[in-house]
Design a protein around this ligand. Structure first.
Ligand code: AMP
Ligand code: ZN
Length: 479
């Protein structure tokens, strides 16, 4: 099978993706912070990572996928205290909710899902190593900082020049909260206990406190995937400082490269603006369900744009997802209905190649930097003549079998859960999107908007249908 090529944030090149050890592709994804429900922007990140994993596995490569749970930070401690639950009880509830949503969205479970609180000793050991190597120093209040000056490669991911960073920040630290730092750019590895932390602290050689946020991903990534692993993923907002700091801590401690590739997804916007609580446009999966749309439709919609561009969530986009999923489902049914399973396809891919039939260019588009819009474009180009031939009963059983196999690869790569259609919804009848075009054309005609009506009639013809007008209505026929 051909290999995936992906844009690597570190080298800024499109790289061929393969496991360095020749067996398992080992990758780490920054996971959710569990102090409330994940929003659909967070799920864009996790779904893009899910698409990535599926494409690798469906190319015949095994993976080892680690995604952490961030279960301690200032916000989480504050919210746990408000809820009057212990930190562990509080985060367990939100972790469970995250798992439920992930299941509804048909996300594959990571092979390992370690949490920060379960890895305090590993984080302390990492700090000890950094102090020993001269890359970190304890301060008088019992915190420990990473010395950015001590690591000459600082900034290699985002290409921030360390001298500019230092000059911009000034030489002395004046942040009231972290006044013990030698330099304002230094970041905290161990946070000394504060009264407002309540019972949420751990003992360490520097006194009681808790690890700084960046540390957990270095400690858990290296523990489960090795000092150097294949790829690290997260949303673009994590590039700086989180991922930059992860690289500094890890590479300063081992002297080895931390992750060979870095994979970042752009943000999800909502109706043109950034999602935020104050704008009231922050949606969870439950909110989407309440508006009458399914998790499967949300999944389709969030994966229909390129992961490297911002996409705009809108209910129009969700309607489109619904129509497209129905169209694909009805094609699957007309081709014979039974899709080979995900596992079966992974095995086929590992032992040779899959005959993708008319869907080869769609799969090729996915292999080129997970170009979902191009893959969907190619998919519908391939679907149209098939639908026509099926309607004319002009397809051999062999052709159907090959097409179903090829289509299955795309269905599983995108992780689509297809709706079960009633007999009257099958594609040999007029597909919903064509009905919609024809209906809009009829309205335009009634309103004497001739340009729009001509445009829509042509769009219907492009879909392989013709509109036959009568005195008080119209009918659709195959062209
Ligand atoms: P968090 O739970 O805040 O730690 O974030 C989990 C993941 O969601 C991280 O990879 C973030 O970069 C990502 N993320 C946060 N907001 C968005 C957004 N609006 N669109 C896409 N990804 C996001
Ligand atoms: Zn992380």
């Amino acid at each position: 099978m051909k290999r995936l090529h992906l844009h690597d944030t570190l080298s800024r090149n499109r790289c061929e993706i393969f496991p360095e050890d020749g067996k398992n592709f080992r990758f780490y994804c920054c996971g959710p912070t569990v102090y409330g429900p994940a929003h659909i922007g967070n799920f864009r990140a996790f779904l893009v990572q899910d698409l990535f994993r599926r494409v690798i596995e469906l190319s015949g490569v095994k993976t080892l996928h680690v995604r952490n749970i961030t279960d301690v930070d200032d916000k989480t401690i504050r919210e746990a205290q408000k809820s009057e639950l212990s930190l562990v009880e509080f985060t367990a509830g939100w972790t469970e909710r995250f798992h439920e949503d992930a299941k509804l969205l048909n996300m594959l479970d990571p092979h390992l899902e370690p949490s920060a609180v379960q890895h305090i000793p590993e984080q302390i050991q990492l700090i000890e190593k950094l102090i020993k190597n001269g890359n970190a120093y304890p301060s008088e209040d019992g915190s420990v900082y990473f010395s950015v000056k001590s690591y000459s490669n600082y900034g290699k991911l985002t290409r921030i020049d360390q001298r500019d960073l230092m000059a911009g920040a000034g030489e002395t630290a004046n942040d009231a909260d972290e006044y013990e730092k030698d330099h304002i750019c230094d970041f905290v590895l161990w946070k000394a206990r504060k009264p407002e932390d309540g019972d949420n602290y751990w003992d360490s050689p520097w006194g009681s406190g808790r690890p700084g946020w960046h540390l957990e991903c270095s400690a858990m990534g290296m523990k489960y995937l090795g000092e150097t692993f294949d790829l690290h993923a997260g949303g673009v907002d994590l590039c700086f400082p989180h991922h930059e700091n992860e690289i500094a801590q890890s590479e300063a401690s081992t002297g080895k490269e931390f992750a060979r590739h870095w994979f970042h997804n752009e943000h999800l916007m909502v109706e043109g603006s950034k999602m935020s609580k104050s704008l009231g446009n922050l949606y969870t999966l439950a909110d989407i369900n309440e508006r009458g749309f399914s998790a499967a439709e949300l999944r389709y919609s969030l994966l229909s744009g390129s992961y490297r561009t911002k996409i705009n969530f809108s209910f129009d986009r969700m309607n489109e997802a619904r129509i497209n999923l129905k169209r694909i489902a009805s094609l699957v049914q007309s081709l014979g209905g039974e899709l080979p399973s995900y596992e079966e396809l992974c095995e086929c891919a590992a032992s040779g190649s899959i005959n993708l039939g008319p869907f080869e260019s769609s799969w090729d588009a996915l292999l080129e930097d997970l170009n979902a819009p191009a893959a969907l474009g190619e998919l519908f180009v391939a679907i149209k003549p098939l639908e026509k031939e099926l309607a004319e009963d002009n397809v051999t059983e062999d052709t159907k079998k090959v097409a179903l196999h090829g289509l299955a690869l795309l269905v599983h790569a995108f992780g689509w859960v297809l709706p079960v259609l009633e007999p009257e919804q099958l594609s040999l009848d007029v597909p919903d999107h064509v009905k919609d075009l024809a209906e809009r054309r009829w309205i335009a005609k009634q309103e004497k908007d001739w340009n729009e009506s001509d445009r829509l009639r042509d769009a219907v013809i492009d879909e392989g249908w013709v509109i036959k007008d009568s005195k008080d209505g119209y009918e659709l026929e195959r062209s």
